[in-house]
Design a protein around this ligand. Structure first.
Ligand code: URA
Length: 222
């Protein structure tokens, strides 16, 4: 697929997401490629992306990781140093902690969780992503969401939750409840690296994970 076609496709997806719920039916854009192929194509596009200046300082971009039919899509903020080195999301200390959270509610990135980020390249010194970087990168996550069709979304950290929900509320206000993202239920919680620094967040995180588990169980039995 040529760049032009891919960007047309991304903008179609964006339009679709902002105008209507994600349908469980195939897109109105009838792709000639399978979902797997489209996700691989997106990952290649992300790997060579030059849409913002973060591409100049990166070692690797980090498209995301997980099965094509996930129960849950985890959305983090942006790659850190180890993720930038390996090209994989959440592989550092926060990632190992995240894996424990997921295991506690019978989820894991090998079988039923896709892990992605709002921003695919590491910001210098892990600073917050700038609005122009968010605007440049968000179409990728929107396209991934439309292709993956996760049953639920788990946002970890303030930045991911605020951007996905278009809110300026803090994570303390956004967590603890079920939101809607284009027809997909979304739960937000603290970022694992924040919880490693602040053990008092463990309890609310556990409550949020149980909320997500209950939601998934309800969806399975609906
Ligand atoms: N923190 C994030 O938000 N994402 C990663 O991939 C790693 C650390």
């Amino acid at each position: 697929m040529h760049d032009r076609q891919l960007w047309d496709l991304l903008y179609d997806v964006e339009e679709l997401l902002t105008q209507q719920e994600i349908s469980r039916e195939p897109w109105r854009v009838q792709p000639r490629m399978t979902r797997e192929q489209q996700l691989e194509q997106l990952a290649r596009e992300i790997a060579s992306c030059r849409r913002c200046s973060l591409s100049e300082g990166r070692h690797c971009s980090v498209p995301g990781q997980g099965p094509v039919d996930p129960e849950v899509m985890v959305v983090g903020e942006a790659p850190g140093s180890q993720e930038d080195q390996q090209g994989l999301p959440f592989v550092g200390a926060a990632g190992q902690y995240l894996d424990k959270w997921l295991a506690a509610i019978q989820l894991d990135r090998r079988s039923n969780v896709f892990i992605g980020n709002i921003i695919k390249c590491r910001p210098p010194n892990n600073r917050d992503p700038l609005p122009a970087e968010q605007d440049a990168c968000l179409p990728y996550l929107k396209a991934q969401t439309a292709l993956l069709k996760p049953k639920s979304i788990l946002c970890v950290g303030r930045i991911a939750a605020q951007i996905m929900l278009g809110s300026s509320d803090g994570i303390g206000r956004l967590r603890g409840t079920i939101h809607d993202y284009s027809g997909i239920p979304l739960v937000a919680t603290y970022h694992p690296s924040g919880v490693l620094r602040n053990p008092e967040y463990r309890r609310p995180v556990w409550d949020d994970l149980r909320l997500l588990r209950t939601l998934l169980d309800r969806q399975t039995h609906a």
